[in-house]
Ligand binder design. Sequence first.
Ligand SMILES: [Zn+2]
Length: 341
Amino acid sequence: MIVITSTDFDQHVTPPGHPERPERAHVFDAVAAEWRDKGGRLLQPRAVTREELERVHDSAYLDRIAASDGQAVMLDPDTFTSPDSFHVAQLAAGAAVQAAAHALDENEPAFALVRPPGHHAERDRAMGFCLYNNVAVAAAAMLHRGLQRIAVVDIDVHHGNGTQWIFYDDPRVLYVSTHQYPFYPGTGAADEIGTGKGKGFTVNVPMEAGCDDGDYGLVYGAIVEPVVDEFAPELLIVSAGFDAHERDPLASMRLTTSGYGKIVAGLRDVAGRHGALALVTEGGYDLSALAACLETSFGILSGKEPHAAEAAVAAPGRSPVRGQRGVAAARTSLKPFWRGI
Ligand SMILES: [Zn+2]
């Protein structure tokens, strides 16, 4: 595995009290330094190009973001720039493209640790702390290289509305999301399944507040992994948000660090059966949980197996009813498209 990150990611400054804060970049710096000290490899990101951005964002929108260079601007009630945000956002999207390209070229997982996050950014608007849709830009770059099947699995606790809409009619990009629902940003119902040729290639598993490792394990085993397996992606990109963690201040899920580890291990195994694996950070607002989840993920992507102990404590004999309801909702909408569910 290789880690792609930059110490510049703390230069995107949000207003005081904002959860998507520069200190998140210091967590990236710390886990990357530890990774390097253990002999792991690090890569510096490059800035994304205008051509790469234009594959998923409107030109007028890109002009608006570019015009914020050097200024503090409110783009959306939750989304702000500081003077260096334009530069930092270009690095974030560039790192995502590099992670995807590296995973394909070198046949090893690549993990881009970036901020601002990307999955709420739509074609023509910033939203939910996101400026450019980093993962969508990376997927579009790899389509441009000639790939025909790219899966994006979004493990962030929020639904990735931006990624969903950008590829909603495109059967070459499978978008799969597990997210707290109903919740911000309001999209992600099970019956949002894509349109036109893309019908069936958007897979939403809405999950009730309070889901734990058992619920998530059920959903990933019954829906996410079988669908991705059947799709057989040449590249799997993970929108790696860690805000479904039990310690996260924004959401109400109860995933442990070990539960997140099992999700990452499952996705590593599915990707390994078909193609390459790249991961790009999204949310995750408890700094210690973010650090722990990244460290655990690095171990798993380097071949370690997840620990079983924590999950046993999390759900002693409890049946995963919330997970079962999520699975049932996804099956109702998607069974005609996927034999494996
Ligand atoms: Zn999130």
